[in-house]
Design a protein around this ligand. Structure first.
Ligand SMILES: Cc1cc2nc3c(=O)[nH]c(=O)nc-3n(C[C@H](O)[C@H](O)[C@H](O)COP(=O)(O)OP(=O)(O)OC[C@H]3O[C@@H](n4cnc5c(N)ncnc54)[C@H](O)[C@@H]3O)c2cc1C
Length: 403
């Protein structure tokens, strides 16, 4: 399928905002729209509104570096992300739309003995959970990706790593639009330019939202607002253990396609891929200072450029053309937080940090099941908010690719 020859995406915008919906989803990013899509397609629940204060995909879902993988460090996460990898692989068929899904493999490099041991463990755990990841030495890495300087510029020699063959990329905005189109086709209302400014409660229960377009009553309100999760949750009296940090990324000028896999370094905390247009796309750690700022800066660019050119010296010839920033909802254990909140009628999908694009299909599917059945879907049950008070955190920082 080709994005350039197919007909225009048929987004059926509703004429007016209704005063009441069975489900109101706040946030028109990938997670909000996927939840609406699966509510409609899998459970026949179409009396749903997605309220987006800016434009759909204008948050992190349209700003990420599109890495899809399931090579996580704990079984619950591997199972969850593996479901998403599977759903992504079938998304073009599901939508009847190009999302430019491309399976290219992820190479995860280790430059220290400690990381090497961790990667060996990751390969064993992933494989036991059904997500293929193989431990590879420098020679195999050189074969899979000859562009890597295995000496690491003489400072960071590549000692080994893991290779995850089903690692993939997809074009982020088309994923967002595909979910929106599919949900709208079945009658879901997606409203752009409608911001939620407050929540209405009756006793302890959330019963509606106050918006820039007036009050809307709701059977269930879902918060899918990315980096603004704590703001909305606080309106429902829910305290989330989330801190919002900026994350930046950049692309270079076009270059003849030569880089097949996505390459990440667990020690240098940098990752690189080449887009279908030939740009080298890279990113690194979150900004250390918590903030809602989306300003991009030279510091991270200089840091990334140093790390990327250390791994792939030929990239010194390239020029950075574009840089941007998103707002990441970082959880303390680097795992997502999904489902009920302890406040009736108010559910959340958050804690997506630097890793939530790959989770959009499985996250939306499981949250829709949770809403439709009134029970946590088994795949996301381990990621409930109550895990923090039960001392059942799902620590997986080593898989997040950031500090
Ligand atoms: C630079 C960068 C690179 C990344 N790379 C990757 C990657 O390679 N792989 C990966 O898996 N993940 C990656 N991520 C993370 C990923 O992008 C996010 O986790 C994911 O997109 C979150 O989706 P979302 O739907 O929860 O949030 P968003 O896409 O941020 O959507 C939330 C929406 O809510 C809206 N909103 C907020 N408040 C309100 C309100 N009061 N009323 C109405 N609407 C509101 C916002 O405008 C926004 O559109 C990256 C993130 C960044 C910033």
């Amino acid at each position: 399928m080709n994005e350039f020859v197919e007909r225009q995406i048929g987004l059926r915008w509703p004429r007016a905002v209704r005063r009441s919906y069975e489900v109101v989803i706040v946030g028109g990013g990938g997670h909000g729209l996927a939840t609406a899509y699966y509510l409609a397609t899998r459970h026949g629940i179409t009396d749903v509104a997605v309220l987006e204060r800016d434009y759909i995909g204008g948050g992190n879902s349209g700003r990420n570096t599109t890495v899809i993988r399931a090579n996580y460090g704990i079984p619950d996460a591997v199972n969850f992300y593996q479901r998403s990898v599977d759903l992504y692989a079938g998304l073009e068929e599901e939508f009847g739309r190009a999302v430019m899904h491309s399976t290219r493999g992820v190479l995860w490099l280790a430059h220290s003995e400690a990381t090497l041991r961790g990667e060996r463990a990751r390969a064993a755990l992933n494989t036991a959970c059904g997500a293929e990841t193989v431990f590879v030495g420098p020679d195999e890495i050189g074969t899979i990706c000859p562009q890597i300087d295995l000496t690491g510029g003489g400072t960071y020699p590549v000692l080994g790593g893991t290779y995850h063959p089903r690692g993939a990329t997809a074009r982020h905005d088309r994923v967002v639009w595909g979910y929106a189109e599919g949900a709208m086709r079945l009658g879901v209302h997606v409203h752009q330019g409608v911001g939620v400014t407050g929540l209405h409660r009756d006793g302890g229960r959330v019963v509606g939202v106050e918006t820039t377009a007036g009050r809307i009553d709701a059977g269930v309100v879902v918060s899918a607002v990315g980096g603004h999760a704590t703001v909305l949750a606080s309106m429902a009296g829910v305290v989330l253990p989330i801190r919002t940090h900026p994350l930046q990324a950049a692309v270079t000028n076009h270059y003849a396609p030569i880089l097949d896999p996505i390459v990440a370094s667990a020690d240098l905390l940098v990752y690189i891929s080449q887009t279908p247009r030939g740009e080298f796309l890279f990113g690194a750690e979150i900004d250390r200072q918590a903030s809602y700022s989306r300003r991009s800066g030279h510091d991270i660019l200089a840091l990334c450029a140093r790390r990327v050119t250390t791994l792939m010296p030929f990239t010194r010839q390239l020029r950075i053309l574009r840089q941007w920033t998103g707002s990441c909802d970082m959880s303390p254990d680097y795992s997502p937080i999904m489902g009920v909140t302890g406040t009736d009628g108010f559910l959340i999908t958050t804690g997506w940090g630097t890793w939530g694009f790959k989770a959009i299909p499985a996250g939306g599917e499981a949250l829709a099941e949770t809403i439709a059945t009134g029970r946590p879907a088994p795949l996301i049950a381990p990621f409930g908010l109550d895990r923090f008070e039960r001392d059942r955190t799902r620590a997986d920082r080593g898989s997040a690719g950031t500090h």
